[in-house]
Design a protein around this ligand. Structure first.
Ligand SMILES: Cc1ncc(COP(=O)(O)O)c(C=O)c1O
Length: 902
């Protein structure tokens, strides 16, 4: 009986690009794409299938031919063509038995005459030796009556099939096909997936077929075009496939007397075998038997080329775990704890998932894994955006390669700057400084803030044409405990001591800042709860100030007049005053915060009221405010910029990661005009009256160098009795020597400084090799626009310009009530869960989440990496909510039955 799964027309939606099945790898599987329609894909499939089944011995034991989309059905049925043709081509020289089958899974209601399916046939071939058994299965997945493009047929015949359905059915067939003929022998089962029309012909939903099947990334046979114009169409198809990350294993085309194959082979620089078939008879009454006979040696070559491609691929995949363990130095990894089998070999990425090579129960598979860390928080693309970005990268590379930036302009850099200033910098920022990663964006921001502070506070006095600089002044930051701003040495100075800054990690670390312990917010037992640091007495806040029915109340601006706001303000003022009293050399010259969520510090949500008050206190003192939005920016927390959540603006903000959608690195430090002004000058240099302060007694300098030295009161000691700076150079020299000989303790009261007048460059001297590289800027332009566009991003609430809730609220609440869960933070694309851990097992070094992560990895196909005892799921701004729910449900199930094994 024909199985008919008639699907109703449903409006097009954004669906996951992935499928949940692990695709078997042990047997070769190839996609057959055509440079165009009518180039002979089905003949190639048939010739190859016959060549495979004709092979001596038990392997391959079968060929599974899949035609996912068939139009013109039943008059045209490629599966039926193979079903009839291939057995007739098997004039085997050895004894063989072939069982062939033909079936179709769904046909549109317009297909009036349905053939009696499934059909089965058996064939025996005489020959020498023991009889070998082979199987041929020919299957159509979806069929339409009209011989037009699938998208048109689907629309006209009322059977539009969603991409996800096509993919999951195809995946199921590929998995099932692995068992074809099993029982008859253990030979390989080759699988051929023949696409419809050309590489870029649309599928039933309108998605191009090269995109529709991209998640599988099957190695590809490209059937080229031997006709006039065929070089162009074949190369266009080839490049279309390459731009989508396919590997073309062979090109095969008909000989039309134009030697297209020779040109193609030379153009492709012999990287891909190019095979040529004899001219295909044009007479429709020709049964093609002779042509297949004539072509059999070419199909033999094709089979060998594919076999070799497959073996090389598998060998490479098998060797990668060992090789990477031997050659690579992974960041944030204790290599001795990584077993070679646990190395994840990533074959490709498609949207939110990557395909990983896995061996399970001795079977090799390519398994889709949900990338729960969004590849270190960079990823935003769904599969559609990924393709767009890949195309834009190719275009930008081809157009610009790389071009240097100072005093130059190119379209992507300008366009990106406009988007940044009109978006995350709207109403406050007017300048964009590019760099290439988050840490450098931070270092640039610090340099900017320090200059601005120095000018505002008279540390750099711009008196006419001269500037006075006091080098003994130390500029520090105000920051929060648990903060993280990157791994470069300067960025690390701006963070509080942590696991990352210990002596073993960073012996230079001194922590140049005043670090405050902030109140945090989390969900526990379905309630948003404020967690207070020790400096706040619990009794000082009413229950209404500590528990909130929802996150919306936590962000509410009415809290500005609460007693919590007063407490915060008093505390911050006291800390700042205490600090400035303790030293007159050290100044808090910048506030730097990760707005709302501290990522690397453990996914802690800081009370937004506390950060708002902090910003205000710094504003009152003319301390520049830096928002480190490297992690939180560009919709990570459900809004484009976290300023919108905090309800206050910075002077400087840093962006990276999601800004480019995560396809290439690029960073931007954006600022107000006032900060920019601090670096402006009418000449390249300014004259600096420069005073290097140095301890008097330790000056081991030649006399010639001492000459310009003079005596000054020590800034922190007794005031000066007389001004020595007016002494002549010679008297100064002798005075220096006398003081040196007399009493080195004099340095308690006096220090000798060397005075010089020299020119100082005022421009910001900070640039990286790839500053404002065109590919990065182009990617940022695409990603920024895409995330903001409701026609591309179905999660966007356009009126409020924020993302709808991504993580199911009920599930989040249930998670927060589990006995082994300490807290949950769910905001925008992030859902973090801290497991309860005792004593030393808490924090970054915790191993408590390890076994849970392993289970998620192995059993649930979720690739996660813990932050100590915190596990988290992260999706992209465009990820469909059903994907999030599916992943969160898995995590919920796993945690609720989890008993940590330490
Ligand atoms: C808040 C924050 N700032 C800065 C950085 C550093 O960015 P990058 O890794 O691109 O140097 C990170 C990286 O995770 C981050 O989370």
């Amino acid at each position: 009986m024909l199985r008919r799964l008639l699907l109703l027309h449903v409006p097009r939606r954004h669906f996951s690009s992935s499928f949940s099945s692990a695709l078997p790898l042990s047997s070769p599987t190839f996609a057959v794409f055509g440079a165009n329609t009518g180039v002979g894909k089905t003949l190639v499939s048939a010739g190859l299938a016959a060549s495979l089944l004709r092979s001596h011995g038990a392997s391959p034991s079968g060929v599974l031919y899949l035609k996912p989309l068939q139009t013109g059905f039943p008059a045209d049925s490629d599966a039926e063509f193979l079903f009839r043709m291939v057995p007739s081509l098997l004039r085997a020289s050895h004894a063989a038995h072939l069982a062939a089958s033909l079936d179709i899974l769904s046909a549109s209601p317009s297909v009036e005459i349905l053939p009696p399916l499934p059909e089965e046939a058996a064939f025996s071939y005489d020959g020498e030796g023991e009889v070998v058994r082979k199987q041929l299965s020919c299957r159509t997945l979806y069929a339409w009556r009209e011989a037009v493009s699938p998208h048109l047929a689907a629309e006209r015949e009322g059977m539009v099939v969603e991409d996800a359905h096509v993919r999951s059915r195809l995946a199921a067939c590929l998995v099932e096909g692995e068992n074809l003929g099993k029982g008859d022998g253990e030979g390989e089962v080759w699988k051929l997936v023949e696409t419809a029309g050309g590489v870029a012909s649309p599928g039933p939903s309108g998605t191009l077929q090269c995109d529709l099947y991209r998640a599988f990334r099957l190695p590809t046979i490209l059937v080229g075009d031997g006709r006039l114009g065929g070089i162009s169409s074949t190369l266009s198809a080839y490049e279309t496939l390459l731009l989508r990350g396919y590997d073309v294993s062979a090109v095969i085309l008909e000989d039309r007397g134009l030697s297209n194959d020779k040109f193609l082979l030379s153009y492709l620089r012999n990287r891909v075998p190019v095979l040529v078939l004899p001219p295909i008879p044009e007479d429709p009454s020709d049964d093609l038997t002779d042509w297949f006979c004539e072509s059999s040696s070419v199909f033999g070559l094709l089979k060998d080329a594919l076999q070799s491609f497959h073996s090389t691929r598998i060998q490479r995949l098998i060797s990668m775990q060992r090789k990477s363990k031997d050659l690579l130095w992974w960041p944030f990894t204790q290599h001795n704890l990584v077993h070679v089998d646990s190395v994840t070999v990533i074959d490709s990425r498609c949207g939110e998932s990557f395909s990983a090579y896995k061996v399970k129960d001795n079977k090799m598979t390519m398994t889709p894994q949900f990338d729960a860390c969004a590849s270190w928080w960079t990823q935003g693309p769904d599969s559609n955006l990924q393709i767009e970005l890949a195309r834009d990268m190719g275009y930008a590379a081809a157009r610009y390669g790389h071009v240097m930036f100072p005093e130059n302009a190119h379209e992507p850099a300008l366009r990106c700057a406009e988007l940044l200033l009109g978006g995350v910098g709207k109403d406050w920022a007017s300048r964009v400084h590019y760099s290439d990663n988050g840490s450098t964006a931070i270092e640039i921001a610090l340099k900017m803030a320090f200059r601005k502070f120095s000018l505002d506070h008279g540390i750099l006095v711009d008196s006419g044409k001269s500037i006075t600089n006091e080098r003994n002044i130390q500029l520090k930051v105000l920051a929060l405990e648990g903060s993280y701003h990157g791994d470069t040495l300067g960025a690390m100075e701006a963070q509080a001591p942590s696991a990352y800054t210990s002596f073993l990690q960073h012996p230079w670390y001194s922590g140049r800042g005043l670090f405050l312990n902030p109140p945090t917010v989390f969900i526990r037992n379905e309630t948003c709860t404020l967690s207070l640091p020790p400096w706040i007495q619990h009794g000082h806040l009413s229950p209404g100030d500590k528990c909130f029915p929802s996150l919306a109340e936590v962000f509410c601006k009415t809290r500005d007049s609460s007693s919590a706001a007063d407490l915060y303000s008093t505390y911050i003022s006291q800390q700042l005053s205490k600090y400035s009293l303790s030293s007159n050399r050290e100044h808090i010259a910048a506030l730097i915060i990760e707005p709302v969520i501290q990522g690397a510090g453990g996914m802690h949500m800081i009370d937004p009221l506390f950060q708002r008050v902090l910003v205000q206190e710094c504003r009152n003192r003319k301390i520049p405010v830096i928002f480190d939005e490297v992690f939180t920016g560009f919709w990570r927390l459900g809004v484009e910029s976290t300023s919108e959540l905090l309800g206050c603006l910075p002077d400087i903000a840093c962006y990276a990661k999601l800004m480019t959608g995560g396809i290439v690195p690029l960073a931007a430090t954006i600022t107000t005009e006032a900060v920019f002004e601090a670096f402006k000058s009418d000449s390249k240099t300014q004259t600096l009256h420069h005073e290097d302060l140095g301890p008097f007694y330790s000056c081991e300098v030649p006399a010639a160098h001492l000459l310009p030295w003079h005596l000054q009161p020590h800034p922190k000691k007794k005031p000066c009795a007389w001004d020595a700076s007016e002494l002549s150079k010679t008297s100064m020299f002798f005075l220096s020597l006398i003081l040196l000989l007399l009493d080195s303790n004099l340095e308690l009261n006096w220090i000798i400084t060397r005075s010089s007048r020299r020119s100082m460059l005022t421009a910001l001297l900070h640039g990286h090799s790839y500053t404002a590289h065109a590919m990065g800027c182009s990617a940022a332009v695409k990603a920024i626009q895409w995330f903001r566009d409701p026609s591309k991003n179905s999660n966007l609430d356009f009126d409020q310009m924020k993302l709808n809730e991504m993580w199911d609220g009920t599930l989040v609440n249930q998670l927060s009530s589990l006995p082994n869960v300490k807290r949950v933070v769910s905001l925008g694309t992030l859902c973090a869960i801290e497991l309860k851990a005792e004593g030393s097992d808490a924090g970054y070094a915790s191993l408590c989440a390890r076994s849970l992560i392993q289970l998620l990895h192995e059993e649930d196909d979720i690739y996660a990496r813990p932050l100590g005892n915190v596990i988290y799921l992260m999706c992209g701004p465009c990820t469909a909510k059903d994907i999030c729910t599916e992943q969160l449900s898995k995590v919920y199930r796993r945690i609720s039955s989890f008993n940590p094994v330490h």
